[in-house]
Structure formats: structure tokens, C-alpha cells
Write a protein of this length. Structure first.
Length: 321
């Protein structure tokens, strides 16, 4: 049975507080969930169904992406999800996303928060709602290992149950050993080879490929004697991933016994507040183009997203129910 938008004249779920608790998966509302919320009683006439249109820009974020309403259809625009991956070629940028009709009339625009190089962010809004989406996006838990002093033989670090042991010379046939270098910097290089490059096995470390899967986290190169570890999966579960050590040097430590102190993991928790639906969003007829224009991006930034709409076979403002 197909699930569709229905209307019978009642206020909820199209207004007040009746339009709530949409399940947003990675920022995109499931069409089944939306259909369930929009569906009313079995006697209501079917007038439309939810849909998503994908857009992507891999250039400099200045060329409009065009989405066209199919022949014989009418779209009520509901919301927009914009996903942005920043390049490393500029420190900060504040991107503006503007949705326009073919007549170049602005439907709605929003400016992102100022973001930095290499950042991955998501922004979303509902047309006509004053950004009435509340909650939070998922955040990956992070922890920091500080190591300014050369390790001592048999010092260890324990990451999510796997023990890595520092050795003056690697033991043939033994996994998960880290080579102590001539000084702290050389020892840091061994750790980077193991957890960042995941290379030089048998030379600077003996960490196996199978071990990396069990860690459930990745790491970046040292900066000012600090190495940051990040959970592979966003959410509060990452805050329980263990990071401990038995360094002889007191200053060689993780910032906590688990991830989450450098950056706390956060579960995605987004819901929709109130929405005067379906009259809140703009209505576009067959053949009409929707332009999604992203500006103020940098040359190598990557933009993509989804336009969420309800599709009708006839103009819902004139059809007789």
C-alpha cells in the first residue's frame, strides 16, 4: 500500500503541534516517517506524496543547481538539507544557500555559521518556518594523547581494549608493538606510522590491519606534542571508547580514560516543531525550475544536499476534495 499525503480539513497534523517527531536519518527525513505523520484517517482523499531531490556541486559553490518539476506534477517545497565539506584552501567561510524560482525570485535563503577549513557540516530548514528544526547533529567523540617525552621500554597505551607496547626493538612475530625512537619526535613518528599512516609495519610498529577495525577510532598527526583520536561513528557511544596508558613519564597521558573530553560525542536528535502545513512552502507547477545557489564557498569546497517536497497530480489549492 502506498503511503501518501492526505487532507480532510482538520488542523492536526498540518498545524499547531501536530507535525512532530520526524525521524531524521543523517539529516534526511525518511519518506515513510513523513508519510505516517502526514496521513490522516482512511476516508481522506489522497492528494500527494513526499519526495526528495538530490543536488551536488563540486566546483566553487557559485553555479546554480537546477531541479525541474516533472510534467503533469505540482510541487510544494517543504525543506532543504545542505551538506558542506570544506577544503583546506582557506581558513574560514560563511556560505549562503539561496533557493530561487526560474524567474530569479528568491524563495528562501540562509547563511551557514562561519566554518573552518576541512570541516564537515550540515544545515537544514523548512520553508516558511523560521528554521523550526530543533535538536542536534551527531558529533564524533574525541580524545587527546599528549606525549612530549620519549617513552620507556614496556610503557603501554590501551585503546578500546587493545594494548600497544613500546619497545626498544620490535619483537619478530609479535603484533601491536611500537618502536621507541631516539627522542620524543622519533617516537611520535612511530605512533603516526601506526595510527595515522597505518604504514611502515615491521619498521616502526607491528600493528596489524585486523587491529585497526577493533579500535573503532582514527587519529591525526601530532600537533604540539598532542595526537587527537576520533571515534569512527558519531554519537554518545564514542564517549565510552577506552583510552588509557602506563607511561613512565608523568606528562605522557590521555586527557581522559575514554574519548569525549576533547570533543564530547553527541547523538543526532532532530525534531520538527510546529509547521503550518502544507501551505507553508512555495507551490511550483510543472516545468518550473528550482535553482539552489551556493555562494561564498572556496574553490575546492564540496556541496550537496536534498530538496524535500510533496508532489501532487493537480494544484492542491484548487482541487475539490
Amino acid at each position: 500500500m502506498s503511503r501518501v499525503l492526505r487532507r480532510d480539513g482538520r488542523t492536526a497534523p498540518f498545524g499547531g503541534t501536530g507535525f512532530t517527531n520526524i525521524n531524521w536519518v543523517s539529516g534526511v527525513a525518511s519518506t515513510d516517517d513523513v508519510a505516517d505523520i502526514l496521513r490522516e484517517d482512511e476516508g481522506a482523499q489522497e492528494i500527494g506524496q513526499p519526495g526528495l531531490q538530490y543536488y551536488a556541486e563540486a566546483a566553487d559553490g557559485t553555479t546554480a543547481e537546477t531541479l525541474t518539476v516533472p510534467s503533469g506534477k505540482v510541487w510544494r517545497l517543504v525543506g532543504l538539507l545542505h551538506q558542506q565539506t570544506n577544503s583546506a584552501d582557506a581558513a574560514t567561510r560563511t556560505v549562503t544557500v539561496t533557493t530561487r524560482t526560474a524567474a530569479d525570485a528568491t524563495i528562501e535563503a540562509f547563511a551557514s555559521a562561519t566554518s573552518v577549513a576541512n570541516a564537515e557540516t550540515e544545515y537544514d530548514f523548512l520553508f516558511g518556518t523560521d528554521d523550526n528544526i530543533v535538536g542536534s547533529k551527531g558529533v564524533a567523540a574525541q580524545g587527546t594523547l599528549s606525549m612530549a617525552t620519549k617513552p620507556t621500554a614496556d610503557d603501554t597505551i590501551v585503546i578500546n581494549g587493545t594494548t600497544f607496547t613500546w619497545k626498544a626493538a620490535l619483537t619478530a612475530g609479535t603484533e601491536d608493538e611500537l618502536l621507541i625512537g631516539a627522542d620524543a619526535a622519533a617516537s611520535q613518528a612511530a605512533l603516526e606510522a601506526a595510527f595515522v599512516d597505518r604504514d611502515n609495519g615491521g619498521v616502526l610498529h607491528s600493528v596489524s590491519d585486523a587491529t585497526y577495525t577493533a579500535l573503532e577510532m582514527t587519529a591525526i598527526a601530532f600537533a604540539a606534542d598532542d595526537m587527537v583520536f576520533t571515534a569512527n561513528v558519531k554519537g554518545t557511544a564514542g564517549n565510552a571508547l577506552a583510552t588509557t596508558e602506563t607511561f613512565t613519564a608523568g606528562g605522557n597521558v590521555f586527557d581522559a580514560a575514554t574519548l569525549g573530553t576533547t570533543t564530547a560525542g553527541v547523538d543526532q536528535a532532530a525534531t520538527v516543531g510546529t509547521l503550518d502545513f502544507p501551505t507553508a512552502g512555495p507551490l511550483l507547477t510543472a516545468g518550473e525550475d528550482v535553482y539552489v545557489i551556493v555562494t561564498n564557498g572556496q574553490a575546492a569546497d564540496d556541496f550537496k544536499g536534498y530538496l524535500f517536497y510533496i508532489e501532487y497530480d493537480a494544484n492542491p489549492t484548487t482541487v475539490t476534495l
